[in-house]
Design a protein around this ligand. Structure first.
Ligand SMILES: C[S@@+](CC[C@H](N)C(=O)[O-])C[C@H]1O[C@@H](n2cnc3c(N)ncnc32)[C@H](O)[C@@H]1O
Length: 236
């Protein structure tokens, strides 16, 4: 795998603005209620992550989490997964309080060096330069908080972060206009074969899982994937 550098990386470790002044620590509070809709979504995401790890070929597994929050999805799965010692996970999150919480949770789960939580801007590919190509990419809570054109361009860029046969797990709410059909089509056009699409009746959330079904693209550093504009009010 070769890397293309378009420009000197300037964004790794830098923090993005939070114009909406959203309290992203408070956003996670619903996870503490096991009956909340966000917890139902988390369970669906965790099932897809478990499936991806279970089906990974023998050997090291590189995981990336884009806008990782407190990392409850991957950290909680790794805590009891048989392949946990083979996983190197990079979680990129901009809110320092969530970064601390993710690090605390990873340490509590005994994951040690296997989980790195980077406090930085996940919207620039520079953040991922030390963790590509990735076998599992978690893009949860992102597509509901960026523009439609950014969703499309982020999806187009995913093969550049991917290892062969990488699995991408994504979420998006289905409030009107429901754009999950578009997202699934863009994933297919980018070369991903859908493994699952969880859209339970009575819930707004959807969780998609798809495997790269073509050769990955080269990694491009210095590329902006999206601008995070949402306020998290539509758990995505
Ligand atoms: C909707 S939450 C989702 C968190 C987590 N992925 C989950 O599903 O539980 C979005 C998260 O993205 C973080 N965030 C927003 N913009 C970011 C950026 N440019 N880079 C890294 N993290 C960002 C927020 O701090 C927040 O924790």
């Amino acid at each position: 795998m070769w890397h293309v550098v378009l420009m000197e990386p300037q964004h790794s470790g830098n923090l993005p603005p939070n114009p909406a002044q959203v309290d992203w620590l408070a956003w996670h509070a619903d996870y503490d209620d096991p009956n909340s809709r966000l917890s139902e979504r988390l369970a669906a995401v965790q099932r897809r992550i478990t499936e991806a790890l279970d089906q990974s070929p023998p050997g090291p597994i590189q995981v990336l989490s884009i806008c990782a929050g407190q990392g409850r999805d991957i950290i909680d799965v790794l805590a009891s997964h048989a392949r946990r010692r083979e996983v190197a996970a990079l979680l990129v999150e901009s809110d320092g309080r969530n970064v601390e919480e993710a690090r605390r949770r990873a340490a509590e789960a005994g994951l040690g060096q296997g989980v790195t939580v980077l406090e930085g801007d996940a919207s620039w590919t520079d953040a991922y330069r030390d963790a590509v190509p990735a076998n599992v990419i978690i893009c949860c809570g992102v597509f509901g908080n960026i523009s439609l054109s950014d969703i499309e361009s982020t999806i187009k860029a995913l093969p550049g972060l991917s290892a062969p046969a990488a699995v991408v797990i994504w979420t998006r709410h289905r409030r009107r206009p429901d754009v999950t059909t578009l997202i699934r089509r863009w994933m297919e056009e980018a070369g991903f074969l859908e493994l699952g699409f969880d859209a339970p009746e009575g819930y707004f959330f959807a969780v998609g899982s798809a495997r790269l079904n073509r050769l990955p693209d080269p990694f491009v550093s210095g590329h902006q994937l999206f601008t995070f504009v949402g306020d998290g009010s539509r758990p995505a």
